[in-house]
Design a binder for this molecule. Structure first.
Ligand code: G1P
Length: 298
């Protein structure tokens, strides 16, 4: 059995310019999907995969994320006094244990590879997971848990992948696959960050979930710039591939790119419809809204 995956890095330093003015004073990771911030879904996915310690790589104006995962003493006392047992229990279930989170700052927006490198001392010499919080993955079994299972079977570095339309490949990291390992897993033979239109080796994008060996930090410490003039994680993974195996997992589930408005809104609708009571209220309204423009167009 390979070394266990105990720690995860969540890079949360991005400015969220696509969501201005909402993100002027509120970090994009704190925007709400139904009744909880985006970041809560990602932390829940990590914890469901057995992650014991979460390292947040933050930037300025992100302190509210630390507050969110802390105990809210006054609020909890008030809820207790008012016998709001259910709300209290919910807060308790969603809060990571004391001492199981770390926060470090990226200081400068030099790219995803640089953000991950900032977590090197906290991760230390052990394999670890990365979850990009722009992506929420709705699935029966935590996506990261599915990856941990594949890692336990193969010992390889693991990257979650999914198909994207050809005309979108230039927006993502794209992998090239080799031999199949199982129905959903294959060996990775190549990868490229944001390939120019028409040059992608496949239509399989890197979805923002990774399990990597700590040797990645040596490669990231070279601080070599790649696509968009940024230090790219994909470039260091490609270099690590010369010495270590990489496998892809087409996970079971559906991803929502909450870095885009359409993805964020779809996630809200998908999670809202999963709540039976909310769905009952929402569905007639959605039907009504969808019918109106169709009728107007006639
Ligand atoms: C990052 C990664 C890219 C991946 C994407 C998924 O890009 O570099 O490989 O496909 O996340 O969202 P970014 O979205 O930070 O430009």
């Amino acid at each position: 059995m390979p070394k266990p995956i105990r720690k995860a890095v969540l890079p949360v330093a991005g400015l969220g310019t696509r969501f201005l003015p909402a993100t002027k004073a509120v970090p994009k990771e704190m925007l709400t999907i139904v009744d909880r911030p985006i970041i809560q879904y990602v932390v829940d996915e990590a914890r469901a995969a057995g992650i014991e310690h979460i390292v947040f790589v933050t930037g300025r104006n992100k302190t509210v994320i630390a507050d969110h995962f802390d105990r809210a003493y006054e609020l909890e006392e008030t809820l207790k006094r008012r016998n709001k047992e259910e709300a209290l229990k919910l807060l308790e279930t969603l809060r990571p244990n004391a001492g199981s989170t770390s926060f470090t700052r990226q200081q400068e927006p030099l790219g995803l590879g640089h953000a991950i490198w900032c977590a090197r001392d906290i991760i230390g010499p052990e394999p670890f997971a990365i979850l990009l919080p722009d992506m929420i993955i709705k699935s029966q079994t935590s996506c990261l848990k599915q990856m941990v299972d594949l890692y336990n079977d193969t010992g390889a570095n693991i990257i979650a992948v999914e198909e994207v339309p050809e005309d979108q490949t230039h927006q993502y990291g794209i992998v090239e696959l080799g031999d199949r390992i199982s129905d959903r897993a294959s060996k990775i033979t190549g990868m490229v960050e944001k390939p120019a239109p028409g040059t992608a080796p496949s239509n399989l994008m890197i979805t923002g979930r990774y399990i990597l060996q700590p040797e990645i930090f040596d490669l990231l410490s070279r601080h070599e710039k790649g696509a968009g003039g940024e230090i790219q994680l994909t470039d260091s993974m490609l270099a690590l591939m010369e010495d270590q195996d990489f496998a892809s997992l087409r996970f079971e589930g559906r991803s929502y790119d909450c870095g885009s408005k359409a993805g964020f809104l779809s996630a809200n609708i998908a999670y809202a419809l999963e709540d039976t009571q909310l769905a009952e209220e929402l569905l007639p309204l959605l039907h009504e809204m969808i019918k109106v423009p169709a009728a107007a167009a006639e």
